[in-house]
Design a protein around this ligand. Structure first.
Ligand code: DSN
Length: 418
């Protein structure tokens, strides 16, 4: 990166320090991961220079031969790993994937039935300040207060009462397996379209470790950078009968030129997702999440729903002398990165909620296994107990920096070794 260093020392310094931060911290944000060098090389390539509005073999610009190769590979590989009838790889994000699906199939004022944000849903599933909440009428389902699991009887009841045009199955902070077959039954009973947003669990689905909505749902969207371990972006999968309207809704409906360097990187990630190494990492992610969760439970932390079936879990800190925001800040001081999160039926606000969310895709990609989860649980517990003691937090941080050095990250980025 010597050229960047010369041309723009400030941005170079920010990247340099971010590499250092990623290397020296324990990353537990459930929606993050470390993509491979190969993915980053494709994303950092000259494909960023090319305009390619349209689709392969039907572009609005000349000179798209090589670009078409990349997009066709991305589409074919995504179809292959997910078993999808049709895939659009152009969405810039999971949010624009959802926007395209909603715009393609709903009219303003139509009803959507989706998971409450405070129970684990997503902004694009109808949050009032998001386009989805402003354009459509939202009815929300949630989890049972007693069990923390989605109450499917209640979902069915709400669907029958409200007769939504679309049901959205998917979440950003739900630690249990989603029953897509049950969602499909409910959608069919009320004549609703079914959108499965699998952004968080896509990698688990590809590895055969989570119920698969692709054969069932009308539309399946996902971001590509979470458990799927690709570049930051999104894709839409759908039944063939919706292919034209989805493609037209992405371009020219809501996007112009596709980000071809990102699409090339998606193709690389989809190739990697076919490997045994990827599958093994997804298996290990489940083991690690389970171990971290049960260890914290044994240290008297309250786990929402009592455990986890996937790559994440939520801790309810109500019985501790600390809020979700304070816990996030404290843990960052100690070298552990995660996010504050609302818990179902939270009595506090979204800005300073009662919970924290944690997941293990990143630490798993880094090579950590169950014994390391025990250490991380110890550090979390020690740090939260010492949240008013900065010198103790500093000591924990130095232990974590030393620990992280034994799990080298991006070894090939030697420019940043100092
Ligand atoms: N913002 C993402 C998350 O952290 O779960 C969802 O898109």
């Amino acid at each position: 990166m010597n050229t960047l260093k010369d041309v723009d020392p400030e941005i170079y310094a920010a990247i340099h320090d971010e590499v250092k931060r990623q290397r020296t911290h324990i990353e537990l944000i459930a929606s993050e991961n470390y993509c491979s060098n190969a993915v980053m090389q494709a994303q950092g390539s000259i494909m960023t220079n090319k305009y390619a509005e349209g689709y392969p073999d039907k572009r609005w610009y000349a000179g798209c031969g090589e670009i078409d190769i990349a997009e066709k590979l991305a589409v074919q590989r995504a179809k292959d790993i997910f078993g999808a009838e049709h895939v659009n790889v152009q969405p810039h994000s999971g949010s624009s994937s959802n926007m395209a699906v909603l715009f393609s199939s709903l009219s303003p004022g139509n009803k959507i039935l989706s998971m409450d944000l405070s129970h684990g849903g997503h902004l694009t599933h109808g949050f009032k300040k998001n386009f989805s909440g402003q354009l459509y009428e939202k009815i929300t389902y949630g989890v049972s207060e007693k069990t923390g699991y989605i109450d499917y009887d209640k979902v069915r009841k709400l669907a029958k009462e409200s007769m939504p045009h679309m049901i959205i199955a998917g979440a950003s902070a739900y630690p249990r397996e989603l029953d897509f077959a049950e969602f499909k039954k409910i959608a069919d009973e009320v004549g609703a379209l079914l959108l499965a947003d699998v952004a968080h669990i896509a990698g688990l689905i590809v590895a055969g470790l989570h119920q698969d909505p692709v054969p069932l749902a009308d539309f399946v969207t996902t971001s590509t950078h979470k458990t799927l371990r690709g570049p930051r972006g999104g894709i839409i999968m759908c039944k063939s009968k919706y292919a034209t309207k989805i493609d037209q809704q992405i371009f020219p409906g809501i996007q112009g030129g596709p980000l071809m360097h990102v699409i090339a990187a998606k193709a690389v990630a989809f190739k990697e997702a076919k490997t045994q190494e990827f599958k093994d990492a997804q298996v290990q992610t489940l083991k690690n999440t389970n171990k971290l969760c049960s260890e914290l439970q044994s240290k008297d932390y309250t786990i929402v729903s009592g455990g986890t079936d996937n790559h994440l879990f939520l801790i309810d800190l109500s019985n501790k002398n600390i809020s979700g925001t304070e816990a996030q800040v404290t843990l960052e001081k100690a070298g552990i990165i995660l996010n504050r999160n609302m818990i179902p039926f939270d009595k506090r606000t979204a800005n300073d909620p009662s919970g924290i969310r944690m997941g293990t895709p990143s630490v798993t990609t880094r090579g950590m296994k169950e014994p390391e989860m025990l250490k991380i649980a110890d550090w979390i517990d020690l740090a939260l107990k010492a949240h008013e003691d900065d010198s103790k937090l500093k000591t924990i941080k130095s232990e974590i920096v030393a620990f992280c050095a034994t799990y080298p990250l991006y070894k090939d980025l030697t420019d940043f070794d100092d």
